[in-house]
Design a protein around this ligand. Structure first.
Ligand SMILES: Nc1ncnc2c1ncn2[C@@H]1O[C@H](COP(=O)(O)OP(=O)(O)OP(=O)(O)O)[C@@H](O)[C@H]1O
Length: 272
């Protein structure tokens, strides 16, 4: 029998108290080791879906099931085991590093908040920094890092708890193209090695196809998944992938699905 998904949303809706209906009838699931991109026009509710999966906001209708809900994390300050783990890691568009402390302390933060001492956390923090290529920058302050390095530190902070599911909300959108392509490759290499499940939010058709095992195309607000595209490219993706016939076919499919979703929504009188 197939393992249950890490997270499953069924008929999820979200209407903000004094605002828009962001989502209506959203169905999606992410299995262990899958890399799923959520591709949709601006304002279609992608970040809303991510925040609800992270438990930062509640749906107004429908259900969200998380594989780990049955075994909640121990209360803060009670668990000093090493390695310390948490099922979920989040990376946002802004690296949101604490400017007044070192890279090492920034990555240590999720463990510190759980009461893990610096000594007990050391190997886990060092490992996360090595994974993202920031060894040697442990004592640097965020202001001393480039945009790409800040984002690496943010990814290390998300990975330090060894999550099963990584949620990434347009993490590379503010970076220049060369840094973005490099971080795409480094993120994929990490995923191949660790195989956490990933939900990656992006506006970019090319980025979604390059990174993912599946792309979910969303309609404009109120958002829902209107098309699923299985990305049947080899796991190892390189510069040659970007010029391959299959990659370009898949990009065309994703792009056409997005255009269709936008056209159908405007015919139905909805707006993004
Ligand atoms: N806290 C909030 N209160 C009221 N409305 C909100 C709130 N957060 C989001 N919205 C509205 O919900 C809709 C979906 O927003 P959301 O940020 O989830 O979309 P998105 O697809 O991530 O957008 P983008 O791609 O531009 O980041 C938008 O119309 C937005 O204005």
């Amino acid at each position: 029998m197939a393992a249950p998904p890490l997270v499953e949303l069924a008929n999820v809706g979200k209407t903000y108290q004094h605002g828009a209906t962001a989502l209506a009838g959203l169905d999606l699931h992410i299995g262990a080791g899958e890399f799923v991109s959520l591709l949709g026009p601006s304002g279609c509710g992608k970040s809303t879906a991510l925040r609800m999966i992270a438990g930062l906001s509640q749906p107004t209708s429908g259900t969200i099931r998380r594989a780990w809900d049955a075994s909640p994390a121990p209360a803060a300050g009670t668990d000093c085991r090493v390695p310390w783990s948490h099922p979920l890691g989040c990376v946002f568009q802004e690296p949101t590093l604490l400017p007044w402390t070192s890279v090492w302390n920034n990555v240590y933060l999720p463990l510190r908040l759980r009461g893990v001492s610096q000594a007990a956390a050391k190997s886990q923090v060092d490992e996360a920094l090595t994974l993202v290529g920031l060894q040697g920058f442990e004592q640097a302050y965020p202001r001393e890092l480039s945009g790409g390095m800040k984002m690496r530190a943010s990814v290390a902070r998300a990975l330090v708890t060894r999550p099963q599911l990584l949620l990434l909300d347009e993490p590379f959108a503010a970076l220049d193209e060369i840094t973005r392509l490099r971080l795409n490759d480094d993120l994929l290499a990490l995923w191949r090695e660790r195989r956490w499940g990933a939900m990656f939010i992006t506006h970019s058709v090319f980025e979604s196809v390059y990174l993912s095992t599946r792309v979910l195309v969303m309609s404009p607000r109120p958002g829902r998944v209107v098309e699923e595209i299985v990305i049947d490219l080899a796991d190892v993706r390189t510069a040659e992938t970007r010029t391959s016939v299959r990659y370009n076919e898949l990009c065309r499919r994703a792009s056409q699905a997005l255009e269709r979703a936008i056209a159908e929504a405007s015919t139905a009188g909805r707006s993004a």
